[in-house]
Each structure stands twice: as structure tokens, then as C-alpha cells.
Ligand binder design. Structure first.
Ligand code: DQA
Length: 143
């Protein structure tokens, strides 16, 4: 069984990017942490990052039928992308939306997610731990 960890624009800058908001871990650190966690449950993890909306859409399409779930931080596309929302709707793999920062205590334009209505749920404001919590939500899902 496999999970996908997918990160959108600017998240390749984690560790250097506004560390007071996003923390000091790099994306590679986070990917390693989540891989280590899921391995203890006999799950595998494939991690991808892209700064390009179309590439994220291609990755989501290709996930169909292959993954048990997608852990997705769409970055700023959260607030703008109808195309990513439609991509999520086009596959049967469930998606959990993750944000490192608490978007609700930030600028108004971060309060709305166009993707949340087509995701299973959201993990918001818990930092890098949020990715692991999303992974556990998929792994420990009641059948
Ligand atoms: C983010 C929140 C977004 O509003 C922002 O554009 C990001 C990161 C987060 O993880 O907190 O790039 O998704």
C-alpha cells in the first residue's frame, strides 16, 4: 500500500522560506519523517513537489488507482486553482489538504480554500507534524 506526499509551489524553499511561519525543517526532512512513519505501518510513500500548476495536475491524474491517499499541501494554489480542484474531483483517490501555517489567522485571502470541498479533510496550523497526522488518518482509517 502506498501514499503520496505532494507539495505545491514554494514548498521546495522550506527551511529557508519565512521560517517563523513555516518552520526550520526542509522539505527533504519532512519527506524523510513521513516515510519513516508510514514504513512502520508497512506503507510506502512517494513524494513529489512542483511549482507548476499543470504538473501538479498531471501528478494527481497519474495517482489514480495507485495510491491509498494523497497528502497535499497545494501552497498558494489552495486559494486560486479551480483546475486543481477539478483534478482532485477527477480521481477516486482521497486527498487530505495540509497547511503548515494556520491560514485562518493570516491574511483574508488565505482563509478560503477552493480545494477543501473536494478533499476528505484538512490539517491546518500544526506545522510539519500535520503531514504525519494526515498520513496516520489514511493508515488508521476505519474500514
Ligand atoms: C501554505 C499556506 C498558503 O497560504 C501559502 O501560500 C503557502 C503555504 C502552508 O502550508 O501554510 O505556500 O499552504
Amino acid at each position: 500500500k502506498k501514499l503520496m506526499l505532494l507539495n505545491g509551489p514554494n514548498l521546495n524553499r522550506l527551511g529557508k522560506r519565512e521560517p517563523d511561519i513555516y518552520g526550520s525543517k526542509t522539505l527533504l526532512d519532512i519527506e524523510k519523517d513521513v516515510l519513516e512513519l508510514v514504513k512502520t505501518y508497512d506503507y510506502d510513500l512517494n513524494a513529489f513537489q512542483s511549482n507548476h500548476e499543470g504538473e501538479l495536475i498531471d501528478i494527481i491524474h497519474q495517482a489514480d488507482g495507485i495510491y491509498e491517499g494523497i497528502i497535499f499541501n497545494p501552497g498558494a494554489y489552495t486559494h486560486t486553482s479551480i483546475a486543481l480542484r477539478d483534478a482532485i474531483s477527477s480521481i477516486s483517490v482521497p486527498v487530505i489538504e495540509v497547511h503548515l501555517s494556520n491560514v485562518h489567522k493570516r491574511e483574508d485571502f488565505r482563509h478560503q480554500s477552493l480545494l477543501a470541498p473536494v478533499c476528505v479533510g484538512q490539517v491546518v496550523g500544526l506545522g510539519a507534524k500535520g503531514y504525519s497526522l494526515a498520513a496516520l488518518a489514511f493508515i488508521q482509517e476505519e474500514k
